[in-house]
Design a protein around this ligand. Structure first.
Ligand SMILES: Cc1cc2nc3c(=O)[nH]c(=O)nc-3n(C[C@H](O)[C@H](O)[C@H](O)COP(=O)(O)O)c2cc1C
Length: 303
């Protein structure tokens, strides 16, 4: 009997629905015991978020200052751990970071194969780099990564995802599509659970290769690689400034957050379109380097 532990933190329940699809075939698998558990922060985060609550978590998310989480009732050892997380400011969400920094995670993850499952707007590359370092710190082995992103072009989700986070509204409006991952994509995630079931039957989790290759586990948008890298560099600087301005929710911190929000909006309306145009022109000259970067971020499961 193989033992699988599935862990997640989801606010609206979207990531949980993805994991429900993956878990269902595992729970029907005779040779698998699947324990499905939620990561719960000691002090819950709001959803929907107020503007200031949303930006107040920015520095701590970026600098991987995890929060305290409730201990999870689990067995001592598992054959595989499936870890579902969302991206917050190009970083794993604070509750997931907090859990991975706990003593309990140290015991559970040591030497264990891990499958990460992400459901986010469309920027998860840097978050997954940070996840890799958190898992390395725990001595875990990342075998696979599944990443699902919100429907619609980046330009649209730049509006639909924040609107959803700040109001709880997911519906389509004007020319914008519905927020979140497409329903068909969520439903189709069951294929990963089915494959995991057969892979475990063949002891594939004991090898070093991926179990979920050639299944469309990830689809890296090459156009976003530079955007993420540039954004992250600026996130590091602004996070430091916001932290220096005061503790979470203090007046000092909220003043700098207001300045940052104005800066961000100006950047998005001016520099980002200009940058997109320049990159379009430069694309033929940079194609080789870009293809290589895409290939890197698609690892370990690939397209
Ligand atoms: C504080 C915060 C920051 C976020 N930052 C990002 C981000 O950097 N990249 C991204 O693709 N999505 C980002 N999102 C969207 C989440 O990754 C995710 O899609 C959303 O929170 C819904 O997930 P859930 O309801 O399952 O928790 C952010 C959400 C929140 C609440």
């Amino acid at each position: 009997m193989k033992k699988v532990l599935v862990l997640y933190y989801s606010q609206s329940g979207q990531l949980k629905r993805v994991l429900d699809e993956i878990v269902a075939p595992l729970q029907q698998c005779d040779a698998v015991q699947c324990d499905y558990r939620e990561i719960k922060p000691l002090h819950p985060y709001p959803y929907p978020w107020s503007f200031y609550a949303f930006f107040n978590v920015f520095p701590e998310a970026v600098y991987l200052d995890g929060c305290d989480v409730e201990p999870i009732e689990v067995e001592e050892e598992y054959d595989v751990i499936v870890l579902g997380y969302t991206s917050w400011f190009l970083s794993p969400s604070i509750p997931v970071t907090g859990f991975l920094q706990s003593e309990q995670a140290r015991r559970l993850f040591a030497d264990k194969p891990v499958v990460t499952v992400i459901a986010c707007r469309d920027m998860w590359l840097i978050a997954q780099e940070k996840m890799k370092s958190l898992l390395t710190d725990l001595g875990a082995r990342l075998l696979d990564n599944v990443a699902l992103t919100d429907q619609g072009k980046s330009l649209y989700t730049f509006v639909t995802t924040p609107r959803w986070m700040l109001t709880g509204k997911k519906d389509a409006f004007w020319f914008f599509p519905k927020a979140g991952v497409a329903e068909e994509e969520i439903g189709a995630s069951s294929r990963f659970g089915e494959r995991l079931c057969s892979a475990l039957d063949k002891d594939e989790e004991q090898g070093d290769g991926p179990m979920l290759s050639n299944m469309g586990a990830v689809n890296v948008n090459g156009k976003l690689i530079a955007t993420e890298r540039i954004a992250h560099r600026s996130f590091l600087i602004w996070s430091k400034l916001i932290k220096k301005a005061g503790i979470p929710n203090s007046q000092g911190r909220n003043v700098v957050i207001t300045i940052y929000a104005v800066f961000l909006l100006t950047l998005v309306l001016t520099i980002v379109p200009l940058n997109m145009l320049i990159r379009k022109i430069m694309y033929p000259f940079r194609k080789k380097a870009l293809d290589k970067a895409v290939e890197y971020y698609e690892q370990p499961s690939g397209r």
